[in-house]
Design a protein around this ligand. Structure first.
Ligand code: CP
Length: 311
């Protein structure tokens, strides 16, 4: 049994074994792998990809799903605590997938739950399942994860996908460019994490300065819902908008553009049919990756090198 809360809870070897299991499940579907299991899907915040791909992944390995896509129709409206909600849903299921607006809510859930917790995003903190599908996509497309130059562009302050992915990539000897205005630059605690591991990074204002050098451009949405002051959001909401004209012919031939989605105006749809645009394939990879996460969370596979036998 294993929780998925933060990427710092996993070693490089464990991450690679999760990706290997996901690849195996993509190539050799196992429709009854978790046929006796029930998943609780608790979404306290809106979601399209994470909730639906976790649900799809459960169905593809034979598990059943219960839960909610908004707290409005639950007893939280009557004042029930998160603690009691987790205790009750754990009694009705074998694993809990949870998205919550408060940083640290997923870690808290592990302290009161009798079943494994999978963090589907907690506030501006982390989004580990997104990171695993990001890594899966990078490995599938680039043939490796090591020694790449990655530019994170956009809302690096509130973008939990950036926080999780930069922690994970710090294990793969990658070099980072954090491209954002000061208002939404990468938080100090992430830079401290990277400094402690001697990871090379540069803070950048204009992506055009580093575009020819990078292997992966990780675009993000400016997260309006997390700004306390909407005047600040107005100042930065359209700060980086890329299109075919600004990218094609100006980057490496093999550079890929990733985005956790949803997008708003930061990637023009005219980029969608270029070879650089990987974001829809990336989102689709969420299904086998989340199948693998269930299998590990529920103890069908163990991440110990000797015990994991995946072809
Ligand atoms: N990438 C992601 O978390 O998308 P959703 O918010 O639609 O789940």
């Amino acid at each position: 049994m294993r929780d998925f809360i933060s990427m710092k809870d996993f070693t490089k070897g464990e991450i690679l074994r999760i990706l290997k299991l996901a690849k195996s499940l993509k190539e050799n579907p196992q429709g009854n792998l978790l046929g006796d299991k029930i998943v609780s899907s608790l979404f306290f915040e809106p979601s399209t990809r994470t909730r639906l791909s976790f649900t799809s992944a459960a169905y593809r390995v034979g598990a059943k799903v219960l839960g909610f896509d908004s707290p409005d129709a639950t007893s939280l409206k009557k004042g029930e605590s998160l603690r009691d909600t987790i205790k009750m849903t754990g009694a009705y299921s074998d694993v809990i997938v949870m998205r919550h607006p408060i940083d640290g809510a997923a870690r808290f859930a592990t302290e009161v739950s009798n079943v494994p917790i999978i963090n589907g995003g907690d506030g501006a903190n982390e989004h580990p399942s997104q990171t695993l599908l990001d890594l899966y996509t990078i490995q599938e497309e680039m043939g490796k994860i090591e020694n790449l130059k990655i530019a994170f562009v956009g809302d690096l302050k509130y973008g939990r996908t950036v926080h999780s992915l930069s922690k994970a990539l710090s294990m793969f000897n990658c070099e980072f460019y954090f491209v954002a205005p000061d208002l939404i630059q990468i938080p100090e605690h992430i830079l401290k994490f990277l400094n402690n591991r001697n990871i090379k990074y540069t803070l950048v204002d204009d992506y055009k300065d580093i575009l020819p050098e990078i292997d992966v451009m990780y675009m993000t949405r400016i997260q309006r819902e997390r700004f306390e002051n909407l005047d600040e959001y107005e100042k930065v909401k359209t700060v980086y908008e890329i299109d075919k004209n600004s990218i094609v012919g100006k980057c490496k031939e093999e550079m890929i553009i990733l985005h956790p989605l949803p997008r708003v105006t930061e990637i023009n749809i005219d980029l969608d049919d270029t070879k650089h645009a990987l974001y829809f394939k990336q989102a689709a990879n969420g299904v086998p990756v989340r199948e693998a996460m269930y299998a590990i969370a529920l103890g069908k596979y163990h991440l110990d090198e000797d015990e994991m036998d995946v072809e």
